[in-house]
Design a protein around this ligand. Structure first.
Ligand code: MLT
Ligand code: MN
Ligand code: ZN
Length: 302
């Protein structure tokens, strides 16, 4: 299977339109030193022609341009077979309405994500006014085959698993399954990948799951727990926002550094995270630990 990181920034993108934090300033003035990034999403394909999106970001139009495509014989074509959602956050779902010109859209989500999209953000309801939407239910802890729009199997499967996190701000608390990670498997090659753009903590069972994957794409939102507080941007810690920071005791960097996985890559990186600066000490620490700071357009083959 092939995986393309379509977007590697957290909500707001990088630089964020209204932000003048140190990384955003550098991204504007010297973009080679802090490369701009679009909001987090990835694409997945078994054959390199037909793709499934992992989340639909507000930057989806620009991101689709990264998918290899051929000129079709008809008038309408995009190499997108469906969208698989990890949560109902706006940075992962606003792209659904932006794909409304599709005549037929497959959207795989847990029951709880689907309910938030129907009743709270109403994005699925709005999209359905323009396009036929087929909702595919993603149960937790059970592999689901990803089928193409014509019903044929792609040979890829996804298993959703719950991760520690709260629901979006605009959604009711309590329903399980509002934030998941995805274990993706290519039945033909045996290749496995975990996609986990939002994760509030790493317990033993989660670490065991990451250990089993060849490629781990993990929440790189914040460098430190008090990152936004230190910049005077917010009074909430990273952990309070359901993002395990990289640094410090119990941070993701020390845990992921020990994983045997061949490739470990951070994505969903907030614009304030100093590791976005290419020559920063934080970037050097990540790379010395054997991890990669994700960038838009990175490709993996498993
Ligand atoms: C998050 O990653 O915590 C959310 O996407 C926050 C947001 O609404 O941007
Ligand atoms: Mn987000
Ligand atoms: Zn910023």
């Amino acid at each position: 299977m092939q995986i393309i990181l379509l977007g590697t920034a957290a909500g707001g993108g990088f630089p964020q339109w209204n932000c003048w934090c140190p990384p955003c300033r550098i991204a504007r003035t010297d973009p080679r030193r802090a490369v701009p990034r679009t909001q987090s999403a990835a694409a997945l394909s078994a054959d390199g022609e037909r793709w499934f999106l992992l989340n639909a970001s507000p930057d989806v139009h620009a991101q689709l341009g990264r998918l290899p495509t051929r000129a079709p014989s008809g008038m309408r074509y995009a190499p997108v077979e469906g969208v698989v959602l990890t949560d109902a956050e706006l940075d992962h779902t606003l792209g659904l309405v932006l794909l409304r010109e599709a005549r037929f859209l497959q959207v795989a989500a847990t029951r709880s994500v689907r309910s938030i999209l129907e009743n709270d953000s109403a994005l699925l309801r709005v999209t359905r006014a323009f396009a036929e939407v087929r909702a595919v239910e993603l149960p937790v802890e059970r592999p689901v085959p990803l089928d193409y729009r014509d019903g044929c199997p792609s040979g890829l499967s996804v298993t959703a698993f719950e991760v520690p996190a709260g629901p979006p701000r605009f959604a009711p608390k309590g329903a399980a399954g509002h934030t998941i990670g995805l274990l993706i498997r290519d039945e033909a090659t045996g290749g496995t990948c975990v996609y986990l753009p939002g994760c509030g903590g790493l317990n033993e069972s989660l670490v065991a799951r990451l250990e089993a994957a060849e490629l781990v794409l993990f929440d790189g939102t914040f460098w430190s727990d008090d990152e936004l507080i230190g910049l005077g941007i917010s009074d909430r810690t990273a952990r309070q926002m359901d993002h395990l920071p990289l640094s410090g005791p119990g941070g993701s960097l020390e845990r992921l550094a020990k994983l045997p996985s061949r490739q470990r890559v951070y994505t969903h990186i907030n614009n304030t995270n100093p590791m976005l600066i290419e020559d920063s000490p934080e970037r050097a620490l990540v790379e010395r630990a054997g991890l990669v700071v994700g960038a838009d357009g990175m490709r993996f083959s498993l």
